[in-house]
Structures are given as structure tokens and as C-alpha cells.
Design a protein around this ligand. Structure first.
Ligand code: ANZ
Ligand code: ZN
Length: 819
């Protein structure tokens, strides 16, 4: 009697086999090409969701495929284990974050195991493990010594009632999430890493990442935000008031200056002007996102002071304006209301002079606020006017001429600016890696010496209120200065969790090394050949990792320039058109699906339902369909095995039907290979395999048909191996395959099987299809023409008309033009 497809039993057997053989543990092997496949590691929030399942299945399919191509494949897994949710859970459930995290990790590891992912578990990392973060602390001290890590005052959200700093997500409508009192902004000492020193490299190296989605590269480019301009000085009471402009060609049209509310000139002017002081005070306290900046109301106030224009010597008024950022350029702007939309609106509002200095042939300029046109700010095809000796120049010539003149006068120089800011890495939270610094009254900030690392985060803590427990633990923060020996205070801030996720991919290469952060094996495995993860990480995580990689390289720990060669950003999992999320209550628990259908069905569905980069719409019937297909495949194989053993394939004796089935098999191999490797469209690969199985079902049970079937079923099992590894593990030896299917060689299409003896040609009369005919593939053109004209139905349409022309498109169609 035929065995039933029983996923629960066979999947357990397959997984036990992999576990017993440690099938996915890998070592450095210089004789083979290496392939490092990585999916972004999860935050251990409790249990897996469908987004995880999809993400990890995509990576697993790629890893298993590459392994079958004969490469030495590393696919590790670990935990992004620090972060705020663990603290919130600790407050709510009264368990220390370390315990909560460890429990979640154990549960989720078991779930990943059940899905059959081919991970080298020997390399597992949890970022909250001191064996991991000690190296991060050590590396930070190296950056500190090089001057790449520094301390400066920066603003945080402060809740006076709870006496604590709040993360941005803990501020709800300007109030504390816990006590609902208004949140203030406070300046406190914080640690920064100088990513701005690497801005140019981070930008130019994007050009090397030609296997990244263009969209992600563009987002990174915009985030870095490089601009070329000129720093130039106006004179203010004998002192230089510097402005940054990308449009020095419009300098002769600068009719006023605008400074940020925090600018020294604004503050000085406010001393004897209470109205201005109030304005400056109010505007300094408002912090807006840059995106809001564009749409918010532009407000300003005159300082009553003037500055001298560097070229004309004219006096221009200085205004304070809310749209000027203190943190960009010099915090002061030369305003050119004729050619900058913002300056124009401001000038109209406050009745400031407007002077046109750029002209565009054929277009009328208007000073009216309602008729602002984009061309006023456009740099293409312009000519300078009203600019004295600089008249009649295009943008670049005017830029250069004015920049040169300013340089000659010692009043300006060309500058490059970046929107990118240094990376603030201090968090005033508890559940993170302690920043390895000791603050001494006489020596200042001193790095914890290597011998005293790691600085271990105490884990048996109780949460009282919301503040970080280590800020209230003298036994943690009371220490002595490593350099002078005096009493000193240990830093109680912890690192931003982006610190851990910025280098974990490299640590997998030598996860167990307790002598060094990274070693030769880590250098062997890096860079990651294929990285898979969510588009939500397109900017920060990927930019910080790219930066960290360059820091590691410059410390001599790694030899490549970029961490991730190829990037696949997976789409979201939706249900009824909305993103699956707990708050929407539309989640599907992968666990219940695994229990009901087995892991292979869940894997097959998540790969079949959509191309990986697009969103996947959840469908129960789709899951059932995936399950039905696996049952059909199971039947097909068992029916084949129940028949007489297949004889040796004899290609010379095959019938047309057998030849077609065999050609279909090899065409599918070619297509699936391309879909897995180059295109990464696994859904179309699966569709092709399903179609092939349908065709195979039509074969008769003659001896050579069974031989064709035998070859085809082996190919099907090999091709599905990466997607549904458990069932393929079971079927492979049944079909006489040697060893584990996961180590079997990827099938190669037989060119000879692809050639067709005959081909179908469409015959048209005046562009309309009138007949189809089978002809031998090597038929010459004249014979094709003659055969086409001889078709019965074609003859009918040629009655009473004259053939004017016969067009033959080889291998496809014949069109007869007649009238
Ligand atoms: C005069 C001018 C004329 C400007 C014109 C633009 C158009 P990007 O490209 O982003 O670097 N700017 C300079 N510092 C600023 C600050 N701290 N806050 C707000 N705006 C500032 O932008 C550079 C341009 O933004 C500069 O060029 C300056 O305005 C403004 F037709 O100077 B421009
Ligand atoms: Zn000291």
C-alpha cells in the first residue's frame, strides 16, 4: 500500500538527521569558492511572525542553492538582543530583561529549527552576551584613542516627573508615555562616532554596490546629502559672519542675511531687545524634523543689525529666521529672494528687497509672491544679470568667477557640505552594552583599559520606576580612574543597539574566538555575498554597517571595503491589503501553520505567493494549494516507484511525447537556475516546476516513459530541495539519489534535449492568423514559404487576390501580404 505524505513525521526525521550530522557547520576551505549568505538577525521579541518566516526562507533557499552549486556556504543565525522592548516587558512583568530575552531566544531558536533552516548553530551570537559586546567595547576604546569617538553636549527628551531621559518612541504627542507630563529638551553629554569623516567614502563606494537595489542606493545618497558650495564672509562689526551657499552665482542678489535662533549674532542682538529675546527663546526650543521644516510657517524677526556685503560693500539687514538650522553649514544664510523660493516667501512676508540676478532667455521674471516659478531657482541655461563685472555668465562660470574673486579677497573658499551628522551612540537606557569610559574629575573621560574589559552589565536588577537601574547602583558606577587612581565615576549610558548590529555579520566568521574581535577566518568569510532583509533598514542599519566595515578595515581587522555584495530587500507580508501587525490584530501565527501543514508547506507558500521584493498577500487558500502540490508530488513519485524499475534512458528511441517531456524537463532546469541565481524570482521557478509536474503526469507507462520520468523526478526533487528541503530529503534516496540531497550537485540542462526536431509556425494572411503548421527545424526558407501557401485555410483566403509579398520570420511565423 502506498505511504501517505506525512510531513510531521518525515520533517522530524530530516531535522534529526541534519542535527546528528551537524550538516550545516562549515569551516574555512580555500579549495572551494566561499559563499556567505545572511538574513538580518531578529530581535527576540517572543515568537516568530510571518515576516521572519519569509525573510529567513528567502535566505535559506539562496544558501541551499549555492551549496548545491558546490560552494562552501556559511549561513549563521543570532539575536539582536539588546533594546527597549525588554525593558518595557521587565517593568510590566517584573522580570529582569536578561531573563525575558533568554527565554524568548530559546523559544524562537526552536521555531527556526522547526522550519528547517540550514544554519551553522555553532556560530550563534546573542549581542547581550559579554563575549560579544566586550569586543565592541574594546573597539570603541580604539576609536576613542584615534579621536574617532568623542563626547559633546546634545539634546535629549527629559521627563522631570520621572527624572529620566526618554527614547523618542516614549514621547507621545510631546508627553511622557508613562506619566503624561510634558517632555522637555535637555542638553547632556553624549558620545558620538565620526561618521562624517567617512562621508565621502560612503558616498563614492555606493557606486561599487551594483548588486544593490537602486532605490536603496538613492536613499543612502540623499541621506549623506553632499553639496558643493562656497563658505563666504560678510562683515559684521569688524568680524566675519560666515554663510554657506551652493549658489555663489547669485551673490549679487543677496539682499539680507538670515541666522538661526541659536546663532551667536542672534543671541547677542537679543541681549538688549526683549522682543527679540522672546522670539529667539521660543524658536530655539522647538525642534522639528527636517521633513516638517519644508512645510512649517516661516517666521522671522529683524535683529536691527547690519552686515557688509563682501563684493558690493553695501549694508544688508540681519534677520533671525526659524528655518535656518544651526547644525548645518555655519547656521547663517545669505538670502537671495529672487532665486530661492523660501527666501522669496520670507521677503514678501516681511517686505524685504528682491533683486533678480539670473535671467533665462524668453522667460519673464515677476516679483509677485503668487507667481513663483521653478525656473527662478533653476541653474540650467541661465545668464547672470545685475551682477556688475560678473554679468553674462552661465551658472558654472559665475560660480567659479565669484568663488575665485572671494578667495583672492580672502573672503571665501569653496567647500563641500554633507547633510550626514555624526552618529550619536549614547543611550540613557539600561538594556544595552555599557560604554567603556570612566569619568575622572582631573583626567576627564578615560577609556577602560583592555585588561578590565568587558564592562559587564549587571543582569540581576529590579526596575523601580522607569530610570535605568545601573544609574542607581554605586557598586556599578563607583570606581577609580585608570590613569591617576583617584575616585572616579563609570559611564552609566549604554550603546545604541545599532552598534551591535553594525558588525555582527563579521563576528559570525569567528564567533567563538576569545582572543580577538575578528581574525583571518572572519576575513575569509566577509564580505557577505548575499544579504537579505527589510527595506526599513535601507538607511540607518545599512549605512552604519558600511561605516563600521570601513572602521574595521582601517583598524586592520578586515581587508574588504564593503560588507554586503548583493542585497535583496524583501517586501512586506500583508493581510487584506494591510501590513500584518499585532496592533491591527491581523497576524497569522506561523506556528499553527507548521503544526497543521508542516514546514515545507509554509516555506513553499511564502516563496510561491510573490516575488521576494514585492509585498505578499496572505491567503489561506494559497497555503492549502501549496500543501496540495506537495501531496501530488508525493503521489507522482510513489506511483513511479510502484511500477517496474525504469530501464536506461535511450534518447535515440524516444517518441515525440517522450521527447517533449524530456525537453520540458531540461527547459525547466535552465529556467529554474536563472530564476534562483540571476533573477531571484523564486515564485516563477516554482510555477515552472509545477507545470513540469503536470506534464509528467500525462506520460504513459511504457519503459522509456518511465526512464524519462525517472530523470525528470530526480531533477524536480533537486530543484525543490532548497525550498522544501524535508520532503526532498525523503524522496531523494527513494529515487536512487546518493547521499543527502542538500549536498547533491545542482542539475544542469542537457543541451541535446533542448533541441527541437520540429517547430510550430504561425501563418498569417494580411496580419491575421489563418493556419498553424509543424515543420522540421532545419527547413529552408523557400520550403517554409511554399508550405505556408499550401495550407488549406490559407488557400481559402487567397482566392481572388494576388500575393504581393511573403515575409518569413524564422522559427516563428509567415505573413502573406495579398490584395
Ligand atoms: C543662497 C542661495 C540662493 C541658496 C539660491 C540656494 C538657492 P544644500 O544644497 O542642502 O547644501 N542654507 C545654508 N545653510 C543653511 C542652514 N544652516 N539652514 C538652512 N538653509 C541653509 O543647501 C544649501 C543652501 O541652503 C545654501 O545655498 C543656503 O541657501 C541654504 F538661489 O544660499 B543658498
Ligand atoms: Zn583621573
Amino acid at each position: 500500500m502506498e505511504q501517505q505524505y506525512d510531513p510531521n513525521t518525515l520533517e522530524q526525521i530530516a531535522r534529526d538527521h541534519w542535527l546528528a550530522n551537524n550538516s550545516f557547520a562549515v569551516q574555512q576551505d580555500d579549495s572551494r569558492e566561499k559563499f556567505y549568505c545572511l538574513a538580518m538577525f531578529p530581535y527576540p521579541s517572543g515568537k516568530l511572525h510571518m515576516g521572519h518566516v519569509r525573510n529567513y526562507t528567502i535566505a535559506d533557499v539562496i544558501a541551499r542553492y549555492q551549496r548545491m552549486l558546490g560552494k562552501n556556504v556559511l549561513q549563521p543565525m543570532g539575536w539582536d538582543a539588546f533594546g527597549l522592548p525588554a525593558e518595557n516587558a521587565a517593568i510590566k512583568n517584573n522580570v529582569p530583561p536578561a531573563h525575558w530575552t533568554a527565554q524568548n531566544i530559546d523559544y524562537m531558536r526552536e521555531q527556526l529549527r522547526q522550519l528547517g533552516f540550514a544554519y551553522d548553530w555553532d556560530r550563534e551570537i546573542a549581542t547581550c552576551d559579554p563575549d560579544y559586546y566586550r569586543w565592541e567595547q574594546w573597539f570603541f576604546t580604539r576609536l576613542f584613542e584615534k579621536g574617532l569617538a568623542y563626547k559633546k553636549k546634545a539634546e535629549v527628551n527629559w521627563c522631570e516627573t520621572d527624572q529620566t531621559v526618554l527614547a523618542n518612541e516614549q514621547v507621545v504627542d510631546g508627553c511622557c508615555w508613562r506619566c503624561d507630563n510634558p517632555v522637555e529638551r535637555r542638553e547632556i553629554d553624549q558620545w558620538f562616532i565620526k561618521i562624517t569623516d567617512y562621508a565621502e567614502q560612503l558616498l563614492t563606494d555606493l557606486d561599487k554596490l551594483d548588486q544593490w537595489p537602486e532605490q536603496v542606493r538613492t536613499m543612502q545618497r540623499n541621506w549623506i546629502g553632499r553639496s558643493e558650495g562656497v563658505d563666504l564672509d560678510f562683515d559684521h562689526n569688524g568680524e566675519a559672519l560666515s554663510v554657506y551657499t551652493t549658489r555663489p552665482d547669485t551673490l549679487m542678489g543677496a539682499t539680507y542675511l538670515a541666522v538661526a535662533p541659536q546663532h551667536p549674532v542672534a543671541k547677542a542682538a537679543a541681549v538688549n531687545n526683549s522682543e527679540l529675546a522672546a522670539f529667539v527663546e521660543a524658536q530655539s526650543n522647538i525642534k522639528v524634523a527636517e521633513a516638517e521644516m519644508a512645510t512649517m510657517e516661516k517666521l522671522g524677526m529683524a535683529t536691527g543689525q547690519f552686515a557688509t556685503h563682501p563684493l558690493t560693500g553695501k549694508q544688508v539687514p540681519i534677520w533671525v529666521a526659524n528655518f535656518v538650522l544651526m547644525s548645518y553649514g555655519s547656521g547663517a544664510v545669505m538670502s537671495v529672494p529672487a532665486h530661492d523660493e523660501r527666501d522669496h516667501a520670507f521677503a514678501c512676508k516681511y517686505d524685504l528687497p528682491i533683486v533678480q540676478v539670473v535671467d533665462k532667455a524668453g522667460d519673464e521674471f515677476s516679483y509677485d509672491a503668487s507667481t513663483w516659478q521653478d525656473w527662478y531657482a533653476d541653474k540650467a541655461d541661465t545668464t547672470t544679470i545685475n551682477s556688475a563685472e560678473f554679468d553674462g555668465l552661465d551658472f558654472q562660470s559665475a560660480f567659479n568667477a565669484i568663488a575665485n574673486k572671494l578667495e583672492a579677497l580672502g573672503k571665501g573658499k569653496p567647500t563641500v557640505n554633507y547633510r550626514l551628522r555624526d552618529w550619536g551612540v549614547s543611550r540613557q537606557r539600561y538594556w544595552g552594552a555599557p560604554i567603556p569610559i570612566i569619568n575622572c574629575d582631573s583626567c576627564g573621560a578615560v577609556a577602560v583599559p583592555e585588561k578590565d574589559l568587558p564592562v559587564i552589565l549587571p543582569t540581576e536588577v529590579a526596575f523601580e520606576g522607569v530610570g535605568s537601574p545601573i544609574k542607581k547602583m554605586p557598586e556599578f558606577y563607583e570606581t577609580t580612574c585608570p590613569s591617576c587612581g583617584a575616585d572616579a565615576i563609570r559611564e552609566t549610558d549604554t550603546f545604541d543597539t545599532f552598534m551591535e548590529s553594525s558588525w555582527y555579520y563579521a563576528r559570525y566568521g569567528c564567533a567563538k574566538n576569545d582572543q580577538a574581535m575578528l581574525d583571518g577566518e572572519a576575513d575569509y568569510w566577509t564580505p557577505v555575498d548575499q544579504y537579505v532583509g527589510g527595506i526599513e533598514h535601507a538607511i540607518l542599519h545599512l549605512l552604519y554597517s558600511r561605516f563600521y566595515h570601513k572602521l574595521l578595515r582601517d583598524e586592520g581587522l578586515i581587508s574588504s571595503d564593503e560588507p554586503f555584495i548583493r542585497l535583496l530587500t524583501q517586501g512586506m507580508v500583508l493581510k487584506d491589503g494591510a501590513k500584518m501587525s499585532k496592533s491591527k490584530g491581523n497576524t497569522v501565527d506561523p506556528q499553527s501553520l507548521i503544526d497543521q501543514y508542516g514546514a515545507d508547506t509554509v516555506r513553499l507558500f511564502s516563496m510561491f505567493a510573490a516575488p521576494p521584493e514585492q509585498s505578499l498577500e496572505w491567503s489561506d487558500s494559497g497555503v492549502e494549494g501549496a500543501n496540495r502540490f506537495l501531496k501530488r508530488l508525493w503521489k507522482l513519485v510513489h506511483r513511479h516507484l510502484a511500477a517496474e524499475p525504469a530501464p536506461v534512458l535511450d534518447t535515440a528511441t524516444l517518441t515525440d511525447q517522450q521527447k517533449n517531456a524530456r525537453r520540458k524537463t531540461h527547459e525547466t532546469i535552465g529556467k529554474v537556475n536563472d530564476d534562483y541565481g540571476r533573477r531571484q524570482t523564486f515564485n516563477t521557478a516554482i510555477a515552472a516546476i509545477m507545470e513540469l509536474c503536470n506534464e509528467l503526469g500525462k506520460l504513459d507507462d511504457s519503459a522509456q516513459s518511465r526512464a524519462v520520468m525517472d530523470e525528470a523526478l530526480r531533477a524536480v526533487v533537486l530543484m525543490l530541495g532548497p525550498i522544501t528541503p524535508h520532503v526532498c530529503h525523503t524522496l531523494w534516496p527513494m529515487l536512487g539519489g546518493e547521499g543527502d540531497v542538500l549536498n547533491a550537485a545542482w542539475p544542469v540542462a542537457d543541451e541535446a534535449a533542448l533541441t527541437r526536431d520540429s517547430i510550430e509556425i504561425v501563418v498569417q494572411v494580411n496580419g491575421k492568423v489563418r493556419a498553424k503548421m509543424e515543420i522540421a527545424t532545419n527547413t529552408d526558407k523557400a520550403t517554409v514559404e511554399a508550405d505556408a501557401l499550401a495550407q488549406d485555410n490559407v488557400q481559402r483566403f487567397l482566392e481572388g487576390v494576388t500575393v504581393r509579398k511573403v515575409i518569413v520570420v524564422p522559427g516563428k511565423l509567415v505573413n502573406i501580404v495579398a490584395n
